[in-house]
Design a protein around this ligand. Structure first.
Ligand code: GAL
Length: 663
């Protein structure tokens, strides 16, 4: 459990660097990430390298005792490069090349940009790969940020045709899989196929899905060029990439297969404002962030790399600049977010950024320090966490780290998140508000409100140890997963639309849920999306009712029995042995009812936590976090020992408990 910071020496006078480094160390910071946007300073003109400043920066940070995370600077190709090769630019759906003057303007498919990216990455890796201060590498910066995965350049079109030829071998096979007989969409050659944009009405969903799969594989290939070069020139150092929140444009599991550590950038207030929460929740959580937004991603990114290794690479330190509204976190939130990340197993939490730059696009975005070098609120809270880590002492923190490494699955819930399934629902939502990420998040949040600990895993993950597996939005026909679920002993919860589409975005074999039908004991005869205001009530065995909105299915039971019913008496939740199938989009209370039943069958204990309080268990350690605006009383058991905080938790408060062996 260590702290780090993102630092931009190129943005500050050289004679501040040593003082900055000394102050970082004094604050308790151990890691510093640098240089991800520094290409124009490293190579101001083609082939002319200016290493002196970066040598000095790395040496200064190292001399102060900091561990350097060095980045490849490929997220910001400089002007001279763009001018020399305008074909490297990404092209948007309207055919417009994305211009120079911000960042991420490159196309992942450009062969010339891939060569340039390899050239600059190799140059940096060669120069610093063996430097004793460099402990880790970050490739590029936030692949896909500002919606930059999908490009419609000539290079992308060509690469797409080649990718299709590889996937289908013959154009006849493609025509058949895509159903191109419909509307005379048949092709004679792969060379006739364009990206799915510019069509009169929607392009064939199969075409669109393949474009998403293709584009994702381009990100994987682009990243792999860099990871291979870094490993060659800097063996033994961790290689990472900093992923984003609520971002689904490429398959993060596939990119992570080439990384040692997954890292992600956590901006709880920005995400609360910019994503799918209700207006009421945006207000309620404006200054704390929704309690489950950070942990949803912590639990997701912990499932990416071998051994569950992950960090927060950028932690919001104060107001950001990029959301629709940018409130300030309540005092105490930066500390609470940091501890929340450690509670979910983060090795390192790095704050974005050391100092607020008073110029350019992000001048309104806070740092740990203000532009005049004075310490801001976020900096004070980082110092407090560092102090608390010291007070806990190495024995306790080593034990917490060991609990994290043991990766036990018993007592935890697996929630499967499958990127291709998300793309399927995004391409064909069928109802304007059917957002597969949102239903996944809502299911996750309900589990967390019941005090359950969740591992968010890929559909390829080992599931054997879990007592409860939840698939909120697994649209993709997945017979391999179905077999593994059948062979497991877990209670399995399916969200609506499970298993409904095959790889080519057509109906899966038979009616939905396709390959999951055997386990679920039912088939779906009709689906309907529900406009806002058109809701069903759902009646539960205990007589209570919850609401169903957005989506509803008419299901024929083939062995399954109805547990809860819509108002017209048709089944809303069906149970078949270990399987639970939701024939609609439950509200929060509905999810909780469902998970309480399934968890009890799974032998998992649920708790009714106070509103906006979360508990996170890591081995014998329990972290209690208060996101609410009132003081709450919470203690796990009489025998637990409180190591930080207290039974009474003030707003934004945190407690760490050591549970007794019997807990
Ligand atoms: C991230 C990005 C950083 C910075 C930050 C601002 O998305 O990686 O470079 O822009 O957001 O919040």
């Amino acid at each position: 459990m260590q702290l780090g910071v993102c630092y931009y020496p190129e943005q500050w006078p050289q004679d501040w660097w040593a003082d900055d480094a000394a102050r970082m160390v004094a604050l308790g910071i151990r890691y510093v990430r640098i240089a991800e946007f520094a290409w124009s300073r490293i190579e101001p003109e083609a082939g002319r390298f200016e290493w002196a400043w970066l040598d000095q920066a790395v040496d200064t940070l190292h001399a102060a005792g900091l561990k350097v995370v060095l980045c490849t600077p490929t997220a910001t190709p400089p002007k001279w490069l763009v001018d020399a090769d305008p074909a490297m630019l990404a092209v948007d759906a309207g055919g417009q090349a994305r211009g120079f003057g911000s960042r991420r303007h490159y196309c992942f498919s450009s062969p010339t940009y891939r060569a340039q990216s390899a050239r600059i990455s190799e140059a940096v890796a060669r120069r610093y790969g063996q430097h004793p201060g460099v402990v880790a590498w970050q490739t590029d910066n936030e692949y896909g940020c500002h919606n930059t995965v999908l490009s419609y350049s000539a290079a992308a079109r060509q690469a797409f045709r080649e990718w299709l030829a590889q996937q289908y071998a013959t154009v006849e096979a493609l025509n058949s899989a895509w159903g191109n007989v419909f509307w005379s969409q048949e092709y004679r050659r792969f060379a006739e196929i364009d990206p799915p944009v510019g069509t009169v009405t929607e392009a064939n969903p199969a075409h669109r899905l393949d474009y998403r799969r293709f584009a994702s594989s381009e990100v994987v290939a682009f990243n792999r060029i860099q990871t291979d070069l870094i490993r060659q020139h800097s063996p033994g150092r961790d290689v990472t990439h900093n992923f984003m929140g609520f971002f689904t444009e490429f398959d993060h599991h596939d990119v992570s297969a080439d990384l040692d550590v997954a890292t992600w950038d956590s901006y709880p207030l920005g995400f609360t404002q910019d994503f799918f929460l209700s207006a009421e929740d945006k207000r309620r959580y404006a200054r704390t962030g929704h309690p489950d937004i950070p942990s949803f991603h912590h639990d997701l990114y912990r499932g990416m790399c071998q051994g569950g290794r992950w960090w927060v690479m950028e932690q919001q330190p104060g107001p950001v600049n990029w959301a629709q509204w940018n409130p300030a976190p309540l005092d105490g939130m930066v500390r609470l977010w940091t501890w929340q990340a450690f509670a979910h197993g983060a090795e390192v939490v790095c704050y974005f950024r050391w100092r607020q730059a008073p110029f350019a696009q992000e001048q309104m975005h806070a740092g740990l320090n203000r532009p005049d070098r004075s310490l801001d609120q976020g900096g004070m809270e980082a110092a407090q966490v560092a102090q608390e880590l010291r007070a806990l002492g190495p024995v306790v923190s080593d034990a917490i780290v060991a609990a994290r490494a043991s990766a036990a699955t018993a007592g935890r819930v697996a929630l499967v998140l499958d990127y291709p399934s998300l793309w399927m629902a995004q391409i064909q939502p069928q109802g304007a508000d059917f957002n597969p990420l949102e239903i996944s998040f809502q299911a996750y949040s309900a589990l967390r409100q019941l005090g359950l600990d969740v591992d968010i895993v890929s559909s390829r993950a080992e599931l054997a140890g879990y007592a409860l597996v939840v698939l909120p939005a697994h649209l993709r026909e997945d017979s391999a997963l179905a077999l593994r679920l059948e062979a497991s002993k877990a209670q399995v919860v399916f969200g609506p639309r499970a298993g409904s589409k095959n790889q080519a975005m057509a109906f899966a074999e038979g009616l939905p849920p396709g390959a999951f039908a055997k386990l679920a004991g039912l088939r779906v005869q009709r689906v309907a999306s529900l406009p806002p205001g058109l809701e069903d009530s759902v009646r539960w065995p205990d007589g209570s009712t919850t609401a169903n909105s957005r989506w509803r299915e008419d299901v024929q039971a083939l062995g399954a029995e109805a547990v809860a019913h819509f108002a017209d008496g048709k089944p809303a939740l069906l149970r078949h042995g270990r399987s639970w199938y939701s024939a609609g989009w439950p509200d929060e209370a509905g999810w909780k009812q469902l998970f309480t039943l399934a968890a009890s069958e799974a032998g998992l204990q649920t708790h009714s936590l106070p509103a906006d309080v979360r508990s996170t268990r890591l081995g014998e350690w329990l972290f209690v976090q208060n996101f609410s605006s009132s003081t709450v009383e919470f203690s796990p058991s009489n025998h637990a020992q409180c190591l930080l905080g207290a039974r009474a938790l003030a707003p934004q408060g945190l407690a760490i408990w050591k549970l007794s062996a019997s807990a």
